[in-house]
Design a protein around this ligand. Structure first.
Ligand code: ADP
Length: 589
């Protein structure tokens, strides 16, 4: 069925109301008119009957006149009052009739039993409405007694067809007027419905726009009536809702940003255990990429520890946190904490996942470090204590005493160096050492390093050969720190290189970088140890037999200092044997 527009409905409603009103009014009018006409006709006929009786009584010759004269009198009065007049004798015989010729009068039926005659005899006036036996048409009869020697009743009759014709004429006019009124009503209804329809269409169009998400306020005058009030109220509601949606959207994106930016993984599970929210960190930690929201968490997070935790949190009992190793990632440790959410309409569990792998590693490093420091300190301390005890016994020869004192001195220096290196590392870790970048003359720097290490180099009869590459004579660096770096590397080269060997210091420029290589002819560093030699206390050769007396912290300090410059340090073995430590610095600093 085609959709009927509001305008059409309104028009039809107005039109049918008008039609109904006009029909009722018309019906009432017609009914009243007919009644009035009937009453009027009846009254007129009554008056005419009485008039006819009066005329008959006053007719001078009528009392003695013949039958024919009576009939003529009937005809005369009938002409006067323009109605059928009948004279009836007391026995009901018709004596005269204006509608019949004299000859036919004697043939007429006896009228004694006519209802109007009976009524007239009883009550002085009688009226009847029926079809005439003589004329064969619907007639209204009124009979009154006559003051006449022969005529007992005068009866007048009027054919109702003429009354009806009158009525039909009036009704036709009325109906025409009603039709015109209806036409006018329809026009007015059409105009009103048109205007109303236009407004409703405009409001519907705006509602449609709102539904499509366009909430820009329309420049439209809604009018002052109820429709306008409704439209404005809806408009206001929509804009209010729009503002709230905007607020919610802002809150949501803020929350999404917070959740996305969080290092901790966050998982929200509803009361039925269905996933409601999984942030990126949680997806990464549990390697679940694109978590299916709405599904049961067991299907995604297949980890019994978490399942137990969520169940316990939902039942508000049991452990609030658990440490576990995520599936397919045995190297990592995650702590999951669960909290039941009970406030408001939302019930469920919020799981927060902390990746504590780094913390654990740092903790292990710290513990190892403390153990290493203790170990490093214990060796010289034990030696010092042993020799001090030996000396305190007082039975050592002067030569022995001197030797013991030398050993004590060596170990004390080693402890001092260790403490110095530890303090330096602590300062570097705490970011307390700032760098002061300036152009450094590398040749001069190497020269001063060699001068510093001269005693050791001379003792081992080693030679340092410096090669400054093209454009690699100046580096942007903190001179003192770069000095410490080179001093450490050359000292190592000397310590681990054989006696009478050559140590090379080669600088080169490659692109925006300057490389400083320290080359030795020692044993080099096995591949598996290369990544670790920069760790604290890491030693390639764990035996103390060939301990060159280092603290085990030199390379760790070197790496720290170079990283402070934004550079890099690495180690490789030279093809011809020996290690090559390479420092890379930005030429521009
Ligand atoms: P150390 O004080 O023991 O030298 P470092 O941090 O300077 O401590 O060096 C760490 C370890 O790296 C050393 O113990 C050594 O085993 C190895 N190493 C360092 N430099 C060299 C080198 N030039 N040749 C061979 N091994 C080296």
């Amino acid at each position: 069925m085609p959709r009927i527009s509001f305008q059409t409905k309104l028009f039809l409603a107005a039109l049918s109301t008008a039609l109904l009103a006009l029909l009722v009014a018309g019906g009432l009018f017609a009914f009243n008119l007919q009644r009035q006409t009937n009453t009027r006709v009846e009254q007129t006929l009554r008056s005419e009957a009485q008039l006819a009786a009066e005329l008959l009584a006053r007719a001078p010759e009528s009392s003695s006149s013949s039958d024919q004269a009576l009939d003529l009198e009937a005809d005369r009065i009938g002409t006067l009052i323009t109605a059928r007049v009948t004279f009836i004798a007391a026995d009901g015989v018709v004596l005269g009739d204006s509608a019949e010729p004299y000859e036919a009068i004697s043939q007429m039926e006896n009228h004694l039993t006519r209802p109007e005659v009976i009524e007239a005899r009883e009550s002085g006036i009688g009226m009847s409405r029926r079809s005439s036996a003589t004329l064969g048409e619907e007639m209204l009869y009124v009979a009154v007694p006559a003051r006449h020697p022969r005529v007992a009743f005068v009866r007048v009759a009027l054919p109702l067809t003429s009354v009806r014709e009158q009525l039909v004429g009036i009704l036709t006019t009325t109906l025409t007027a009603l039709g015109l009124a209806l036409l006018g009503g329809a026009t007015v209804a059409g105009i009103l419905a048109g205007r109303m329809g236009q407004r409703v269409r405009a409001i519907a169009w705006i509602a449609q726009r709102y539904r499509q998400g366009d909430l820009t306020p329309p420049r439209l005058d809604y009018g002052d009536d109820e429709l306008g009030i409704v439209a404005r109220a809806l408009d206001d509601s929509v804009h209010e809702l729009g503002t709230r949606i905007d607020d919610l959207e802002r809150d949501r994106s803020r929350m999404a940003a917070i959740l996305a930016g969080m290092v901790e993984g966050v998982i929200v599970v509803d009361q039925a255990g269905r996933l409601q929210l999984v942030n990126t960190a949680a997806e990464e930690m549990l390697r679940i990429g694109d978590a299916p929201i709405g599904r049961h968490y067991i299907e995604t997070i297949r980890h019994p520890a978490i399942a137990d935790l969520v169940t316990a949190a939902l039942d508000a009992r049991g452990p609030a946190s658990v440490e576990f190793t995520p599936p397919r990632d045995a190297a990592r440790t995650i702590i999951a904490r669960a909290a039941a959410v009970t406030g408001g309409w939302a019930r469920g569990v919020v799981l927060v996942l902390h990746d504590v792998t780094e913390l654990k590693r740092a903790d292990r490093i710290r513990r190892d470090f403390v153990a290493n420091v203790s170990h490093e300190l214990r060796t010289p301390l034990t030696a010092i204590r042993g020799y001090v005890e030996a000396l305190s016994e007082g039975d050592t020869s002067p030569d022995e005493t001197q030797r013991f004192l030398d050993i004590i001195m060596r170990h004390s220096r080693r402890m001092e160096r260790l403490v110095q290196d530890l303090l330096r590392l602590a300062r570097l870790d705490a970011g307390q050492e700032t760098i002061d970048i300036a152009p450094c003359d590398l040749r001069g720097l190497v020269h001063s390093v060699v001068a510093d290490l001269a005693p050791a180099l001379e003792a081992r009869q080693q030679e340092v050969l410096t090669t400054i590459g093209d454009g690699a004579g100046i580096a942007q660096a903190d001179a003192a720190k770069l000095h410490d770096v080179l001093r450490n590397l050359v000292a190592n080269a000397s310590a681990y290189g054989p006696e009478r060997s050559t140590i090379g210091v080669v600088t080169a420029r490659s692109g925006d970088r300057i490389t400083i290589d320290v080359l030795d002819q020692g044993p080099g560093i096995p591949e598996e140890d290369r990544a670790r030699v920069f760790e604290r206390f890491y030693r390639v050769d764990k035996s103390r037999a060939r301990d060159p007396g280092g603290t085990g912290l030199g390379l760790a300090i070197v790496r720290h200092l170079i990283e402070l410059h934004g550079g890099r340090v690495s180690v490789a073995n030279r093809p011809e044997g020996g290690a090559r430590f390479r420092v890379e610095l930005l030429a521009a600093g």
